[in-house]
Design a protein. Structure first.
Length: 352
């Protein structure tokens, strides 16, 4: 690819990829540095002589999401000051808050500054759902282990966008499907293509449908409780409620674990005993009274009134934002066996 002028790129990353720190540094305020930082090196190599990362803009995931108005204003001024032609954000992989930040700042920059933008993340990242119709989002793997594949794809699409080249289908240019369908003339008529796909399917050979259908989980409803007044009911939450201090260090997003904690003899969750580890919503109200997310107090009242049999002595908790479906399924499969063994009759699932 030849360009008459080298593309000037500003790169957005979070505190982790800037080498500042992990969750303990998530409150890092926006800063701007000249040149390449962290994953920008992989992008620089992929760009070759076609583009230059002139500046890197950095912001902690926690700060961005908890101080949205201030963060957006500051980052917008920083990006504007670079005189860049394009903003590239990420890749965010499956880091939920990072993905949301990448999408938010890209959307802001293209609307307010008129710059071209592109980002990259895993298909299950909540940022993908929020912004896939607003911009091109390069599809990546679940974790940074996919950086070697993600960076070249991100750089390639960035150059095509910057140079106003025709963008191909998502399967060709590696971005997440955005619902845009374009007519084109194929060498084979539709009836032949359909028959070819059918024959391939019947023969057990690979084929690619031209109109993929949504894949919805089908969960059979549980059997009704025969007598709620004798039922043993458990609480499970993706709202991140944990004992004060988060003893098992459950991550604030993209959780790799869940917690199992006792509420035996506990009638009320207070700000001295419990808090939330969740990083995807304002924790203030849950930290003041975690019963707002995990309703122990209400169930204790029902227990005393004889409207339920008993509240199970253990509750299970994790954080749902950015947590992969794979991990979620594994968590549930494990603690579901414990609930069955404890003869729990029903589970109340709460989120945020």
């Amino acid at each position: 690819m030849s360009t008459t002028k080298k593309l000037r790129v500003v790169h957005y990353i979070n505190q982790f990829y800037a080498g500042i720190g992990g969750e303990e540094k998530a409150d890092h305020k926006p800063e701007i540095r000249e040149g390449v930082v962290g994953p920008g090196l992989a992008l620089k190599m992929a760009f070759g002589d076609n583009a230059e990362i002139t500046h890197t803009v950095i912001c902690g995931d926690g700060y961005f999401n908890e101080n949205l108005k201030e963060a957006k204003a500051t980052l917008l001024d920083m990006i504007k000051s670079t005189g860049a032609d394009m903003l590239v954000a990420g890749p965010a992989f499956n880091a939920g808050r990072y993905g949301v930040a990448c999408g938010t700042i890209c959307d802001l920059v293209q609307k307010e500054l008129g710059l071209k933008v592109v980002t990259a993340m895993y298909k299950e990242n909540p940022g993908a759902d929020m912004f896939v119709k607003n911009m091109y989002i390069v599809e990546t793997g679940n974790s940074a282990a996919d950086m070697k594949n993600a960076a070249p794809k991100l750089a390639k699409l960035a150059l095509k966008i910057a140079n106003n080249e025709a963008i191909g289908a998502s399967i060709e240019d590696g971005y997440l499907p955005n619902g845009v369908r374009v007519n084109f003339f194929d060498k084979d008529r539709g009836s032949k293509r359909a028959v070819d796909m059918l024959l391939a399917k019947l023969a057990g050979k690979p084929f690619t449908t031209e109109y993929p259908m949504p894949d919805f989980d089908r969960v059979e409803p549980g059997k009704p409780i025969k007598d709620i007044k004798k039922a043993n009911i458990a609480l499970v939450t993706s709202g991140g409620v944990v004992p004060k201090g988060n003893p098992d260090h459950i991550e604030s997003s993209s959780a790799s674990k869940y917690g199992e904690y006792s509420i035996k003899g506990v009638a009320d969750l207070t700000d001295k005993t419990h808090e939330t580890a969740h990083g995807g919503y304002d924790p203030l109200y849950c930290n003041q009274d975690s019963d707002r997310v995990l309703p122990v107090d209400v169930l204790r009242d029902l227990e005393k009134e004889g409207k339920i049999g008993k509240l199970h002595d253990l509750f299970y908790t994790t954080t749902g934002n950015g947590t992969s479906i794979k991990n979620s399924r594994e968590f549930a499969a494990e603690f579901a066996q414990k609930l069955v063994a404890a003869k729990v009759d029903a589970v109340i699932l709460t989120s945020t």
